[in-house]
Design a protein around this ligand. Structure first.
Ligand SMILES: NC(=O)c1ccc[n+]([C@@H]2O[C@H](COP(=O)([O-])OP(=O)(O)OC[C@H]3O[C@@H](n4cnc5c(N)ncnc54)[C@H](O)[C@@H]3O)[C@@H](O)[C@H]2O)c1
Ligand SMILES: O=C(O)[C@H](O)COP(=O)(O)O
Length: 633
């Protein structure tokens, strides 16, 4: 919680594109021209004039005159405009409504917009009409808007400066706005600071003049230690996204207000160590190795999003010890892998990879030799998890007999037959497909011995993880003719970028389909993942919810009642008792408390009444064995 509020300076806030997300006159034109074929053209002209006026390119009075001349609006359009603007108040202003209500008399809206639509919008925030300084429309006898009151100082060039001068404010004055005319009040020496408000629009010429840039009103309140509705401004949360997740991911995270940085391709350990400082959320896919060294350098990291299924590339235990929650997308690309595996089975059975290569080399090799239908053949699935079990259902639909082996007890789907050992499966399958996870014990799960156990002429698929297969042993089994073909999508070492060459003993072997780790690379899967993972990360940040985290104890929390204290600690006896002692010593009323632990950490969430001394937070942070502590309100 911020310290005691400092005495609030006078705040001079602009209306258009600052208090609201839009420009009032642009919206009025849009409403007035609703049924006109000229709508798009005229609204475009008005927007262009607004922009030129705001960036200082065109004198303000001239821009206003030209815009009003284009505007065919009437008095009856104004209530519609007010309704529209009430729905377009800037997000960070809207969520801090109680701030405005708390400080009547300190906030002025000084705008070159019009009182007729500004007053009712800001009135809802407790800003009285006498604190709205704006232009007024003129109307003809038929209620057409004809222009503006020329006696109003705000209709003239330099109008805001003159208006502020006439207020005779004593004490510090801060101006918040998006336009050049807002900056001019500071330039004229009438304001102590000019904050460029960029939540809706960032005008380079204005930003260049600013004392500070505000991506949100939360940031202003945070910097000035004023009461705010969020515990921490979202624009201070830095997100580093690697390996090109679908653009929707960055879009959602930016919409949330986070600062998002994209690095196409992967980063190696040294590069990531250099880039991770100050990052709160890291997004990766299967390639980036998040090692203990990376985590050591990650001084602000709260969460990692794996925009894929596999999380073997992340040191999950070290993440736990550092209080970093990891989320993945466990189901978003399963169907894509299943479809790829099925296609590979059909193509290998018909020796298509080999025929295709010959055709490209100009050789016509029509023959049925080594080609077979898959109907009635035995498919052996190793790893009957989300992918393996879905493949089981789809494969049966085209007539394959399914056998599976899994180290865990798994629900048998359709007519699939469970094998008690891997050897039992290998002895009978015509096609073996791997869908195990990448846990360290699975390294070289398939080597010379396992290939030797497979039936002569069998087919082999690995769409799971590269290190699970001893590639030289697979190459030998193919070269000797013991196996009839293979499809491999994942490799022990995979090129870091598309520019790096691909090396493998499997290159050039007949009837071998090689793909560059694209099992989950479909538009559908990538889009699903890009929505699923940010949602989990944002929920964790906003509510503390760890449902579906791959390393944290999973807690699905009820809606937050008041302030939420989130304490992550090493799982040693007595920490919960200490937390409660501190709360009791500060006479804090607990509204709800939730604890879950795992081998390494305890995660305690305590919802408390809003009334507590700020010192309480420091005391909770100081509890021995604390890894991370956050407050949400
Ligand atoms: N090629 C790609 O682009 C791509 C895409 C998605 C997933 N994957 C990989 O596919 C694999 C499967 O994904 P999933 O979502 O089905 O995972 P999952 O966790 O749902 O299933 C894995 C299953 O393997 C079993 N298992 C683990 N070790 C085993 C062993 N030694 N023998 C037998 N069974 C074992 C587990 O008990 C589990 O049931 C993962 O390695 C994942 O990373 C690859
Ligand atoms: O784990 C996964 O989901 C797959 O290996 C896909 O990984 P990718 O997103 O790096 O393609």
């Amino acid at each position: 919680m911020p310290d005691q509020p400092t005495p609030l300076p006078y705040l001079i806030i602009d209306f258009d594109s600052t208090f609201t997300q839009v420009e009032g006159l642009d919206e009025l034109a849009d409403i007035a021209l609703e049924n006109s074929p000229e709508r798009e053209k005229i609204v475009g002209q008005i927007r262009a004039l607004t922009d030129r006026g705001m960036s200082g390119e065109l004198g303000f009075a001239e821009s206003l005159k030209q815009r009003l001349a284009l505007l065919p609006a009437r008095r009856e359009h104004l209530p519609l405009l007010v309704e529209r603007l009430q729905g377009k108040v800037s997000e960070s202003i809207r969520r801090n409504r109680s701030f405005f209500e708390q400080f009547p008399g300190r906030v002025y809206i000084v705008s070159s917009g019009f009182r007729e639509f500004i007053e009712p919008v800001v009135g809802e925030f407790g800003i009285a009409p006498e604190f709205v300084l704006a232009n007024t429309f003129t109307f003809d006898k038929d209620d057409h808007i004809t222009g503006f009151d020329p006696d109003n100082v705000l209709s003239r060039d330099g109008g805001k400066i003159e208006q502020l001068r006439r207020l005779h404010l004593t004490g510090p004055v801060y101006v918040l706005g998006d336009g050049y005319t807002d900056y001019q009040m500071r330039e004229a020496g009438l304001a102590d600071r000019f904050y460029a408000f960029t939540e809706n629009v960032a005008r380079p010429a204005v930003v260049a003049q600013a004392d500070k840039v505000l991506p949100s009103f939360d940031e202003f309140l945070y910097q000035n230690k004023l009461p705010m509705s969020l515990s921490y401004p979202k624009n201070r949360i830095k997100v580093l996204l690697l390996e090109n997740p679908d653009p929707r991911a960055a879009e959602l995270l930016r919409q949330e207000g986070y600062q998002v940085e994209l690095v196409p391709g992967g980063l190696d350990e040294d590069e990531l160590v250099e880039r991770i400082e100050g990052v709160s959320l890291l997004g990766i896919r299967s390639k980036t190795q998040v090692t203990a060294r990376v985590l050591e350098a990650a001084n602000r990291l709260i969460g990692i999003g794996a925009f894929c299924i596999g999380t073997n590339q992340i040191d999950l235990t070290e993440c736990l010890k550092k209080g970093v929650a990891v989320f993945n997308a466990p189901f978003s690309n399963t169907r894509s892998v299943v479809e790829l595996a099925l296609g590979e089975i059909l193509l290998l059975a018909r020796r298509v990879p080999e025929k295709n290569a010959l055709m490209h080399a100009g050789k016509w090799d029509k023959s049925a030799g080594g080609a077979f239908e898959v109907r009635g053949k035995k498919l052996g699935i190793v790893g009957y998890g989300n992918i393996g079990s879905q493949l089981s259902v789809v494969a049966e639909a085209i007539g394959l007999q399914v056998f599976y082996f899994d180290i865990a007890e798994k629900l048998q789907l359709g007519n699939a037959t469970r094998c008690r050992t891997l050897a039992e499966l290998l002895a009978q399958a015509d096609i073996v497909t791997l869908h195990v996870d990448g846990r360290p014990e699975n390294t070289n799960l398939f080597g010379a011995e396992e290939f030797a156990r497979m039936k002569p002429g069998a087919l082999f698929l690995n769409n799971a993880r590269g290190p699970v297969v001893d590639v030289p042993a697979l190459a030998a089994a193919l070269r000797s003719g013991h196996l009839d073909g293979a499809a491999v999508d994942v490799f022990p070492y995979e090129p870091k970028t598309n520019d790096e060459p691909f090396e493998s003993e499997l290159r050039g072997l007949p009837n071998v389909l090689l793909t560059p780790h694209i099992g989950g690379s479909t538009a559908e899967a990538q889009r699903n993942i890009a929505e699923f993972v940010p949602e989990r990360l944002m929920q964790y940040i906003n509510t503390g919810n760890t449902q579906q985290s791959v390393n944290f104890p999973n807690i699905q929390l009820p809606e937050q009642a008041a302030h939420r204290l989130m304490h992550i600690h090493h799982n040693v006896p007595g920490v919960l008792a200490q937390i409660n002692q501190v709360l009791a010593a500060h006479s804090v009323n607990i509204l709800g408390q939730y604890l879950k632990t795992n081998e390494h950490i305890g995660y305690v969430i305590t919802d408390v009444d809003k009334q507590y001394e700020p010192a309480l937070i420091e005391k909770l942070r100081e509890i021995e064995h604390t890894i991370k502590f956050r407050v949400l309100y």
